[in-house]
Every structure is written in C-alpha cells, then in structure tokens.
Design a binder for this molecule. Sequence first.
Ligand SMILES: [Zn+2]
Length: 251
Amino acid sequence: MLRTSTVDGFVLLADRFGEIHKRVTLFTEERGILSAIAHGALKSAGRLKSLTELFLYGRFSLYADPVKESLKITDAECLRSFPGLRTGLRRFYAASLFAEIVLKSFGGGEAGRDLYALFRETFFRLDECPEPDVIHLVLGFIVTFLDLTGFELRGDACEICGRSIGATESAYYVKRIRGFVCPACRREGGVEFSPAARNYYRRARGAAAGDAEDLNLSDRALVGFKNLLYLVLQESLERELSTIATGKGFL
Ligand SMILES: [Zn+2]
C-alpha cells in the first residue's frame, strides 16, 4: 500500500490522544472506518484542530507509518461542516445515533458502501431538517439500515399459530422468539406493530430516507413504531446503543 493517500470522509469520533493530539475515527466510502492520529490537533494554534471536529465532512491526507502500523493525518480540507447539528438537540442526537450505528456495525460490513451513501445523504438532509421532522429521518435511516443488513420486519403472519395477521389488526414483536405474533398468541408481552405503523414502514422502505414524513401517523403510533425499531435495531446489532439511552426525550 502507498504510504500516502487521500480519503473523503466524516469524522465520527475525535478523542484526546496524549497531551496535544487527537485520535480521529473516519467513515470513508472506499476504506470504511479508519482510525488516524492528528498530531498537535489539540493545540489552539494547530491547523488540524478545527479540521478534525466531530461530524465534519472533509478530505484527509493520510500517511501510513509502516513501523508503528498507524495512520497519521498530515493535512485536511473541509468539504462541508454541519452547523445545524450544533443548534438543535434533536439533530445532534440523530447525528450521534447514525455515527454509533455505523461504528457498532463496523461500517456496515459487506453493505459498507451502501451504508456510506445512506449516511452521507441523511447527514446532508439532517443539517437543514426542522427539529420536529428529525424523527422521520431517524426512522428512515434505521429502516434502510435494517434492509441493508438483511433484516426485514415481517408482521403479516403469526410465528406461533401461523395464521396471517389481518390488515386492520396489530402484530406484536416478541423478543424471546425474535418475531411477530398475533393478538391472541401474545399473551401479556410484545411490542405493538400497528397497521398504521406497518403502512409507514412499507412507505419508508420504498422512499428515499425521510420521505415518509408526509404520511400522517398519529403521535402515539409514531412513538410505538419508534420503540419497536429501536428494539429491533439493537437486537440486529446484538448490542445496546448508548445514544438511544442518553438521547431519550430528543430521539
Ligand atoms: Zn397466533
């Protein structure tokens, strides 16, 4: 591999490294997730300081140190910053959630390029999204992410008794069996997947991320669907997402 290279990508994490350096985690189209050190990036006069800020989209010059087996950011250029993420808590938490999904799915694995395209498009829209509509971008992102990783929400037949679930009755997701059951089989448990939510889900799968917002879903149905998606998302990743806990009330 060449020792020097250039990549375009998003800063997903920027942590202190030593006294004055930063460890930057980038999400790139060609190379997935990369971790690189930005030397001197915490010094107030450091040129890389503002160019390695969280969520910046930039072009990064990298140097691969063959001895230390590490990557170093030698230069950077801002392609786009997202001021809207700093002026709205919903936008900020949504951005944090998308970043955490990317990190915890290891960049989407085989679906990495598709996830990158989804991330990029959603991020651009998020920056200008009015706060009340952010939830639709979040749901659209998760629905598409689940599709990319081969996870479909099937609520059309009961996993226990096998009968088909009618268009006007709710299905219930039961964690224990990782599937949907009918009202009769659910006993006391299960997270509701209402007819309105199933309709929304179908629309969201067919639409570009966020276009499902024209669909009128009642607040109650929206919250129910959101809780169902958060549950299924975390099961598909086989881990909890801390942004969902810390962003409660905003996501
Ligand atoms: Zn049943």
